[in-house]
Design a protein around this ligand. Structure first.
Ligand SMILES: Nc1ncnc2c1ncn2[C@@H]1O[C@H](COP(=O)(O)OP(=O)(O)OP(=O)(O)O)[C@@H](O)[C@H]1O
Length: 596
């Protein structure tokens, strides 16, 4: 994986902003010549390779900018494999360098006469902007590399790869595993923690491990793990962790086996309605409605605030439906970069995304065939993909990217959102026709603070589970803790309850959990503490802003948990990228928040 890929969605956002401000097209290509971002015509070839004899390759190799290249007159362009298919007129390409090594290029291009005139007139200005963009990207990469360098062998790198919804294994030049993410552990069904895998030769885990030495391909193979055959599609990249350490990053996902049982998602601990705790009328109404819905084939839309159990409901419905032995595939529409959602959902044909010879990729719809597709955070599905989803719902066919024929599909859709879809419809961010198709059976989950004594029932259930998992003696809540639980607002709902209890189980040394064992933020009770004007007078606005930001970040981590998942949630709530959150946690020395 190139470093540019780690910030792909940011670079795409930046390219789109620059393109609309300047009215020219922008693209960024990484050191493997893979297009990372692009606007206009370039957009359609994101993730594809540029030819090896292209202008971009020339800038990558020389490390020098190429200015005002007119395609029809330029020798490199004329000998480029893509000369005929390329509609560019004029181009300025600038190298992106990190520590004097060219790791990619950023390019402005014209595709019509108006853009061409503009580029000709403003060449110097554009070169200056390209230099600036290249430096911005460089700074972002340097900060990521900084983390890598500092913590190459620490949990930090693991946290980053844990955010990726694919199995990731990093091996050194001796084939010893240096990092593995949780998804990989799940997919390979290894029943012990990453600590016992790290430093092992990969063949001790994947007995028949062998890497086909053709780069940039997505390959399909069957790995033997603990005498079990696991069919995967994988690819790999060589990376340089620091000056001397070469590593391979293997990314993979699991494919359906011949029986059609879901292998892609960890649905092994079959969750059913029995796992949904609570007796409050609003919850029971939702459970009863969901049980009836499980017997039908209609689409279901689950609405409710974050952490109220939407995924738990979706899995329960699937596992009690006629599709229970077929795949349950969950997709979080907000965590996949916008430019990748289409290929994630619908897949692509061989050759349409390059890594030119790739065997194509199955989309989530096909992986979920005959089963259930859970579209979480459906409110974040980009507008331009909404008609495509509507078509699948209406016609039960999908169009793979680059595919000639539609593919028949039999998938039940359960979608969920914490957003108010009616509001999104009002502001034209969600199509009303799609809403009606998804919302055949609406399920509304109440927030925890409206479930009355369910709070204590859930607390008891979660406490038992936690003590069991953490090998601790069973614990109970002191009376005053129960009272606090009943009056607290629970903005993070069940997830926050789980986090508060996990903290308490860690820090209580007695059978009874008292207030002393609870995290500070919970005891203070509110997300934002009131501002005391008296204590502010000495500080300037900048210091106060920093302090405020630090407090907010700390409290969100407290609520959502100091885990990768928790950080993802916190970043989402704060509307910042995960990389930004990591940087701020580092800057504010908050990497150990949540610990007393
Ligand atoms: N009624 C319940 N009883 C027991 N555990 C629950 C209940 N509801 C939710 N949980 C637990 O709370 C956690 C959060 O639930 P879940 O992920 O399903 O919420 P969500 O609404 O999908 O959250 P988000 O919108 O943030 O994705 C999970 O660990 C889930 O098992």
């Amino acid at each position: 994986m190139s470093y540019l890929r780690l910030v792909q969605d940011k670079i795409q956002d930046l390219s789109e902003a620059v393109s609309s401000a300047l009215n020219i097209e922008v693209t960024v290509v990484d050191e493997n010549l893979v297009r990372i971002a692009g606007t206009g015509d370039f957009y359609h070839t994101i993730n594809e390779n540029s030819p090896e004899n292209s202008l971009f390759a020339d800038v990558l190799i020389s490390g020098e900018p190429r200015i005002n290249i007119i395609k029809k007159d330029n020798d490199i362009c004329k000998s480029c494999k893509n000369f005929i298919g390329c509609n560019e007129k004029r181009n300025i390409t600038y190298p992106i360098k990190v520590e004097n090594k060219t790791i990619g290029v950023v390019s402005f291009a014209s595709f019509n006469l108006e853009q061409d005139k503009l580029m000709n007139e403003k060449t110097q200005q554009f070169v200056g902007m390209l230099k600036h963009i290249a430096e911005m990207i460089e700074q972002e990469i340097v900060s990521i590399k900084g983390i890598n360098k500092l913590k190459v062998s620490s949990a930090e790198i693991n946290e980053i790869i844990n955010c990726i919804n694919m199995g990731i294994i990093i091996i050194d030049s001796n084939q010893h595993i240096t990092q593995i993410n949780k998804k990989a552990i799940n997919l390979l069904e290894i029943n012990f923690s990453d600590k016992r895998v790290i430093d092992k030769n990969i063949v001790k885990i994947i007995q028949n491990f062998f890497i086909d030495n053709t780069k940039n391909k997505e390959l399909i193979t069957t790995w033997k793990v603990n005498e079990k055959n696991i069919k995967v599609s994988y690819n790999y990249d060589d990376i340089l962790l620091d000056k001397n350490t070469k590593a391979k990053v293997i990314s993979f996902s699991r494919l359906q086996n011949t029986t059609g049982i879901d292998l892609d998602d960890d649905n092994t601990n079959k969750i059913t309605f029995q796992h949904i705790v609570g007796r409050s009328p609003s919850l029971l109404e939702a459970v009863n409605k969901a049980k009836i819905a499980a017997q039908s084939e209609s689409t279901i839309l689950i609405q409710g605030p974050s952490g109220t159990g939407k995924e738990l409901f979706a899995r329960s419905i699937h596992n009690e439906s006629a599709r229970r032995n077929k795949p349950f595939i969950a997709v979080n529409c907000s965590s996949i970069p916008e430019n990748l959602i289409e290929s994630e959902l619908f897949g692509y044909e061989k050759g349409s995304f390059t890594g030119a010879n790739t065997k194509g990729k199955l989309g989530k719809f096909e992986l979920a065939n005959n089963g259930t597709l859970f579209l979480d955070e459906i409110g974040d599905l980009p507008l331009h993909l909404q008609p495509k989803l509507l078509r699948v719902l209406q016609e039960k066919k999908i169009d793979r990217i680059g595919g000639a024929q539609p593919v028949d599909i039999n998938v039940r859709i359960i979608s969920a959102t914490h957003k108010n879809l009616e509001d999104l419809i009002k502001y034209k961010n969600f199509r009303i026709d799609l809403f009606y198709r998804l919302n055949v059976i609406p399920l509304n989950l109440p927030p925890l603070n409206e479930r009355g004594s369910d709070i204590l029932l859930c607390a008891e259930y979660i406490l038992k589970k936690l003590c069991n998992n953490m090998n601790k003696e069973p614990k109970v809540l002191a009376k005053d803790v129960q009272e606090k639980f009943m009056t607290y607002d629970w903005p993070g709902n069940l997830r926050e309850l789980e986090n508060v209890l996990e903290y308490a189980v860690n820090y209580s040394y007695h059978e009874t959990i008292t207030s002393n064992d609870l995290p500070d933020y919970f005891l203070k009770g509110a997300l934002c503490e009131p501002i005391n004007i008296e204590t502010l007078s000495e500080k300037g606005l900048e210091d106060l802003t920093i302090e405020f930001e630090k407090n907010i970040i700390k409290k969100y981590i407290d609520i959502y948990g100091n885990t990768t998942e928790g950080k993802k949630k916190a970043a989402k709530k704060l509307k910042i990228g995960l990389t930004t959150l990591y940087r701020k946690l580092n800057d504010y020395n908050l990497n150990r928040v949540g610990e007393k």
